[in-house]
Design a protein. Structure first.
Ligand code: XMP
Length: 513
């Protein structure tokens, strides 16, 4: 069977990626595309089913049904969720209008008829608790549509049409929907007759085969950053093509303490992967001296990185491929969410130097972060690296508020190392999403051993978040914060005060610049 993937058409729902992940957790490859891209989608023979996501718009204002009309002609199984259900209803000749009662949050529903989507659902009296989020409702049911669940305020909560078209007003992809995963399971395996081909071992084997086929006997260069994505890419490519891979680690002078040594130990000593270490500290410090504006700093760091990488490549022109640790959310976000505003100019160190004409090798570009992590563990990369907190491309450059220089970097590195070590010591590191120190651009008065001091201030930042779009302060015990503050002030020369940032995102961002 050639068809091996499920297509998710994104209408802008905040839950679209969640749908994709649920499907994959069930062992099936899912891809997300926009409705516009579906019009030009050439590989229809590779898909065995389609899910239409929810979305913020109302179908009565939309012309999307014209596309859905042609989609239904392909005669593949379709499941529409929320907006996706409304657009199916409109296409089939029904009507959707603003609801008298909007429904947000949990709701009890009853499925009155036998339907394959609800097969093996454990419930008393065919009732389940689901997650609703809609302001529109179906007001006219099209001919041939079989209503499976309804109530007074929502006349169609679930429907089937013919044997393979289904609609759900609620969201089976969110965990608040009781047995929602089972409903998606039924759609995949009972309706679409999908096979479980998306498992980490199969993914690894296929990716290695792909890399071998693509690269042949050519050489590959990869910018190693010490982060999860570039590390997993490196180990995977190395497993496929061995010494045809060369990694480059650029020391920008804005990296964490021991970063270079850690990379050396793991990649060079343990895994026998070739890594060139390029010391570019002075170039970065020179270009950044006296620069205080955050965006200017980011741009300088990005530009310097590209120049260093370009220079390296010019001297080593026998590399045919540039490997990158691009992952699936990077691709979906840039393709589907082009309207979202840039708040900070994100620069990924390891990003593609625009002027270099390389062939790109992006072996993990179809994987979500949790899949990259599983793959990394399967490749025997240590857990400590796989579950490392994210580190921004511009590194400590955006955590030193005000001017950057060698001695300020050193203060921040030492303080940060203490904070992270204590988190590990108290088994707190894996309970928070991201923790780090920030060096403030002010000095304050203190007293140490009867002497007046006038030194720097370090701010601790630690947040808990699922998607890094919103975040909350980590609620440590006061004693822990006190202990870290004492340790930093006692052990890091040049610091006499420590604070804790308790703001959430929004209104603040996680990084300070
Ligand atoms: P903010 O500060 O925008 O950060 O709330 C959200 C997440 O993104 C990380 N971050 C970056 N990552 N290049 C990156 O690769 C960047 O320029 C960058 N800026 C912020 C940040 O550490 C947090 O995890």
């Amino acid at each position: 069977m050639k068809a091996n993937k499920l297509l998710i058409i994104d209408f802008g729902s905040q839950y679209t990626q969640l749908i994709a992940r649920r499907v994959r957790e069930l062992g099936v490859l899912s891809l997300v595309i926009s409705i516009d891209d579906f019009l030009n989608y050439k590989k229809v023979d590779e898909i065995f089913g389609i899910i239409l996501s929810g979305g913020p718009d109302s179908v009565y204002k939309s012309k999307d049904y014209l596309v859905i009309k042609s989609l239904l002609k392909i005669n593949l199984p379709v499941l529409g969720i929320c907006y996706g259900m409304h657009i199916l209803i409109k296409t089939l000749g029904g009507k959707v209008e603003k609801a008298n009662h909007r429904e947000y949050g949990r709701a009890d529903i009853k499925f009155e008829k036998n339907c394959i989507l609800f097969k093996n659902i454990n419930s008393k009296n065919r009732s389940i608790n689901v997650w609703m989020s809609h302001g529109d409702s179906v007001t006219k049911t099209p001919k041939g549509v079989n209503v499976i669940s309804s109530n007074k305020s929502t006349p169609v909560i679930a429907f089937s049409f013919k044997k393979n078209i289904f609609g759900l007003q609620f969201h089976p992809e969110v965990t608040h929907t009781n047995q929602g995963k089972k409903i998606i399971h039924n759609f995949l395996f009972e309706v679409c007759k999908a096979r479980k081909l998306w498992t980490i071992r199969k993914i690894e084997k296929n990716l290695i085969d792909d890399i071998k086929n693509t690269v042949g006997n050519k050489k590959v260069i990869l910018g190693l950053s010490g982060g999860v994505d570039s590390s997993v890419s490196a180990v995977l490519i190395h497993k496929a093509i061995g010494s045809q891979l060369k990694c480059v680690f650029v020391d920008t002078g804005l990296i964490r303490i021991n970063e270079k040594e850690d990379v050396k130990n793991l990649f060079v000593k343990n895994l026998n992967i070739k890594v060139d270490f390029v010391n570019a500290k002075n170039k970065f410090y020179d270009k950044l001296s006296n620069v205080t504006d955050p965006e200017t700093k980011r741009k300088i760091i990005g530009k310097c990185f590209v120049e260093v990488f370009e220079n390296y490549v010019k001297k080593h022109d026998d590399y045919y491929f540039l490997a990158q640790g691009t992952i699936y959310p990077d691709i979906i976000e840039s393709a589907v969410n082009s309207k979202s505003k840039t708040i900070k100019s994100h620069h990924n160190v390891g990003g593609l130097p625009k002027k270099i004409k390389f062939n790109l090798l992006e072996p993990i570009k179809l994987l979500f972060k949790d899949e990259v992590r599983k793959l990394g563990l399967n490749l025997n990369i240590p857990r400590s690296l796989i579950y490392r907190h994210p580190f921004p491309g511009p590194g400590l450059g955006v955590r030193i508020i005000g001017a950057i220089n060698k001695s300020r970097v050193s203060i921040l590195q030492k303080a940060d190392h203490i904070f992270i070590s204590e988190l590990n010591k108290f088994n707190l590191y894996n309970l928070v999403s991201q923790a780090f120190c920030v060096l403030l651009p002010i000095k304050t008065v203190g007293v140490m051993g009867d002497k007046r001091t006038y030194e720097n201030v370090i701010c601790l930042r630690s947040v808990n978040t699922i998607d890094f779009m919103t975040a909350k302060v980590s609620r440590f015990k006061f004693e822990f914060l006190e202990l870290v503050a004492n340790k930093i002030v006692n052990e890091v020369k040049g610091v006499n005060r420590v604070t804790y940032d308790i703001t959430s995102k929004p209104p603040s961002t996680i990084e300070w610049e």
